[in-house]
Design a protein. Structure first.
Length: 394
């Protein structure tokens, strides 16, 4: 185990060149499809862009949350794998590239950006101090800046520790984590409200932010799990054991249940109250083909992962973990599609326009991982808890 530790420190293994080529190919293909979508139907493309933005926020900012969670709890088992979350959090500075097209198409996305609609609608007029273009853009820019700042601070201390072995850098990140976690809760909640819930400004749910949080953390854990298992198989993460896999599988299983609990709670409270200003949102997702998507979401996002991940052996099987990790990332895209697209189209439909945006996201992730592994150690070799993390057993 010790020899593996030093081998990684010296060799600084990276992804094969083919990974970068695949990432570039997927990214270019996705960009071409996205451009075509914007040319043919800019409104539909803009709604798909919201899905991509929120999905990438889930991976990037969710990974930041996992970093902060490790530091604030003093977890040891996850230390050997922490650099993967650091790499995925590296998407944070690039979120601005996904936000710019959305800023340019806010008028097509949001009903409340139409002055005549606000003037003739008492509800929209009452929400205007919050739902206005200037304040909306300011909020988004501030959130993006905060996420990028904490990403830089967390990873700067972590990578600096590879060289200096300074244990005080860990304590700095613990303090940063204590500041970041409440900011994460606030910024993620308002991101969900701004970019998803305000698409239908007459509807509201007090649990919406927690709903998005549950999907965000599940997606971040799933993305990290897939990368970790692939890195282990490729020799980039030596020393990991089935016990580490079990902890990752247990996290995925736990948040599958948490997402289902929050989703059902939101539905039950609105169904029980039976208020027309709340129920219409769910009714729109139970007709014109959307009922199929609604049922599919229950199966894909809860039933299948629940029963696949339920056995202990499944949580320790690398192949099953990889499959379910990709499955759950796809389930999050389906969830966001269900949340957002009915606002644009009363009739459920999916086509090639919906394909390009996920390809852009996948390409960005692969290219980022390829670049990061060339530049940084995959193991945080300067962390004083690394050896205990490698020796972790249940």
């Amino acid at each position: 185990m010790t020899s593996d530790f030093h081998t990684v420190a010296v060799q600084n293994k990276s992804l094969p060149p083919a990974a970068g080529r695949w990432g570039m190919m997927l990214l270019v293909t996705g960009v071409v499809l996205v451009i075509g979508a914007y040319i043919l139907d800019p409104v539909r493309a803009s709604f798909n862009a919201v899905i991509l933005y929120l999905a990438m926020v889930s991976i990037a900012v969710g990974s930041l949350f996992l970093l902060a969670l490790e530091y604030i709890t003093g977890a040891v088992w996850s230390v050997p794998m922490r650099r993967v979350s650091e790499f995925l959090a590296g998407l944070s500075p690039f979120l601005v590239l996904l936000a710019i097209p959305l800023f340019l198409h806010m008028h097509e996305l949001f009903h409340w950006t139409h002055a005549e609609a606000v003037a003739n609608d008492q509800v929209l007029a009452g929400k205007a101090p919050y739902l206005n273009v200037t304040f909306f853009i300011i909020r988004t820019v501030v959130f993006l800046a905060l996420w990028t700042l904490f990403y830089i601070l967390f990873t700067r201390n972590s990578t600096k520790q590879d060289v200096t072995r300074d244990q005080s850098l860990t304590r700095r990140n613990v303090r940063l984590a204590a500041v970041f976690i409440p900011l994460f809760a606030i910024t993620l909640t308002f991101t969900a409200i701004d970019w998803a819930m305000s698409l239908e400004p007459h509807w509201f749910s007090t649990i919406y932010g927690v709903y998005y949080f549950s999907g965000t953390v599940l997606t971040a854990v799933s993305a990290a799990t897939y990368v970790i298992v692939r890195f282990k198989e490729g020799g980039l993460l030596p020393g990991l054991q089935r016990d580490h896999y079990y902890s990752l599988g247990a996290l995925m299983f736990g948040f599958v249940n948490f997402w289902a609990y929050i989703a059902f709670s939101q539905f039950l409270l609105i169904w029980y109250a039976n208020l027309p200003e709340e129920t219409y949102w769910f009714m729109a997702r139970w007709k014109n083909g959307w009922e199929v998507v609604s049922v599919l979401l229950i199966i894909v996002h809860f039933l299948v992962p629940y029963f696949v991940l339920l056995p202990q052996e499944a949580k320790m099987d690398g192949r099953r973990l990889k499959f379910m990790a990709l499955w759950l990332v796809g389930a999050h895209f389906l969830d966001l599609f269900w949340l957002i697209m009915p606002t644009h189209s009363p009739q459920a439909k999916i086509g090639w326009m919906e394909l390009g945006f996920p390809l852009v996201g996948i390409g960005m992730v692969i290219l980022l991982l390829s670049w990061k592994t060339k530049r940084y150690n995959v193991l945080p070799i300067g962390d004083p808890r690394l050896q205990r993390g490698l020796e972790f057993r249940l």
